[in-house]
Design a protein around this ligand. Structure first.
Ligand code: MN
Ligand code: MN
Length: 465
């Protein structure tokens, strides 16, 4: 054997090299990938808030035979149940052949996304223009959210117990909304500010009207706007006190790139993983171990609260399932596995300074596994064990999943959190995995279709294993 041939073989054997997913999949799989992504695009267009994501997930689940879980229900292998947590988070399960003392396989994603929430007393008129005051939700670069078309979504809960759904701006015939910005001609002082100060939180007021009501009193524009709202929704200014209304970007979900290899849209973080979980659960025959899919709320604000991943609503659901089989919850958790399915950063060649190329996720390199997250010395992480990573290597390689092992950004540069630690704290082996995203938390985020598809395959492989 020649020396060159020998060292070439040695390289093949000894080196670890990530490969572009397009070099690893064939045409028939690309066709499946395209079909899957069309379904995802429809889902993302429909699910603009956590409530809408939950509603759409339930609609799809019920069409496939999922039924609302009721306490005390007898659970047979193959049964499909779900439990909505106040319409803002959702837990679904396909009951496995084995009992829950052998653990279950959980995939947990979140369906909330950064957005512009209305304050509880939002409406004011100034210089004969009417606005909503806002308080943004999640980590955003505020300057990205001005001068883009916005839609209004949410609910108004009335004193009489009724809840009114509000969606304005989604239909092409609807009016839309916008947060204004200063013209460059008068922006000299503004442009000297740092990016986080260019738009102040209190200046993020949404423009909602300019035509005065036909009378001589004060706040005529505000009166006109309220009268329109009353006509359409039967609500008055006081009803905003018990409303959850939010403005979200109005750009429809679209293919990105001449080659249409990417998808642009609002809310990929983390509805892209939520959809992967849902579809994997839907495509599952009766699994060995019970498969659980979680669509959580409040991840973007720390997973607190009754609908967040720290809520014991999850224990409550799981304990009920366990009770029906005479199993103790903690025995189930101890043998369970959780994929915390959340997006990560994709290496952006325009900003190479924040990434370390060996370990940063790349578009089209498949589902991105993160052994740990956290920042500055891995603070706030649930570091998955080496054994858990080895388990994934085995499962994914067997199932033909294209995957990469990654870390979010350079050391000391930043980092991010997910729901992983809240699952791991429950004594469940947990690891992060998800789709790499360009422009994460921007109004129009970008993902690669191949990575969406591989995240679906990854969840399915774990459910089936
Ligand atoms: Mn996320
Ligand atoms: Mn996020």
């Amino acid at each position: 054997m020649s020396t060159e041939k020998k060292t070439e073989d040695m390289r093949k054997k000894f080196f670890y090299e990530r490969k572009n997913g397009y070099d690893l999949i064939k045409t028939p799989e690309r066709k499946k990938m395209e079909a899957y992504c069309e379904g995802y695009k429809r889902f993302l267009n429909t699910a603009r808030t956590e409530r809408e994501a939950v509603r759409e997930a339930i609609r799809q689940a019920e069409a496939l035979g999922f039924v609302p879980y009721e306490r005390g229900m007898e659970l047979e292998p193959g049964m499909k149940v779900y439990k909505s947590n106040r319409g803002k988070a959702l837990m679904l399960a396909v009951i496995g052949k084995k009992t829950l003392d052998e653990g279950c396989v959980i995939a947990a994603a979140h369906v909330d996304a950064p957005r512009i929430d209305l304050k509880q007393v939002p409406l004011f008129e100034s210089d004969e223009l009417a606005f909503f005051k806002t308080h943004y939700y999640g980590g955003i670069k505020k300057y990205q959210w001005v001068t883009i078309p916005l839609e209004l979504h949410g609910v108004v809960a009335l004193k009489n117990g009724e809840t009114v759904d509000v969606v304005i701006g989604h239909d092409p015939d609807d009016p839309q909304f916008v947060i204004t910005d200063l013209l460059p001609h008068l922006g000299r002082d503004q442009m000297k500010k740092t990016a986080s100060e260019v738009i102040s939180g209190e200046a993020m007021n949404i423009l909602i009207g300019s035509a005065p009501y036909d009378d001589e009193g004060k706040d005529r524009v505000k009166l006109a706007v309220l009268s329109l709202l009353y006509d359409s929704y039967g609500i008055t200014e006081e009803d905003f006190l018990s409303a959850e209304l939010t403005a979200v970007p109005s750009m429809p979900v679209r293919d990105v790139g001449l080659d249409r290899s990417m998808i642009g849209g609002y809310g990929h973080d983390d509805r892209v993983c939520a959809y992967a979980e849902l579809r994997a659960l839907f495509d599952l025959d009766t699994p060995d171990r019970t498969a659980v899919c979680i669509l959580a709320d409040k991840e973007e604000t720390g997973s607190d609260g009754v609908s967040g991943m720290q809520s014991s609503a999850f224990e409550c659901f799981m304990e009920d399932l366990c009770a029906s089989q005479g199993v103790t919850l903690r025995h189930c958790f101890e043998k369970s596995f959780c994929l915390s399915a959340d997006v990560t950063n994709a290496l952006d060649p325009n900003y190479p300074e924040v990434s370390e190329k060996l370990n940063e996720a790349r578009c089209n390199y498949g589902v991105s596994i993160s052994k740990f997250t956290g920042a500055r010395g891995k603070s706030g992480t649930s570091d998955a064990s080496a054994e858990v990573v080895a388990h994934l290597r085995r499962v994914f390689d067997e199932a033909g999943v294209v995957w990469q092992l990654t870390e979010l950004g350079k050391v000391d540069q930043g980092g991010g959190g997910t729901v992983a630690l809240f699952m791991a704290n429950r004594n469940i082996d947990t690891i992060d995995a998800g789709v790499p995203v360009l422009s994460m938390h921007a109004p129009f985020e970008v993902v690669a279709k191949l990575d969406c598809w591989m995240t679906y395959k990854a969840v399915l492989a774990l459910y089936q294993h």
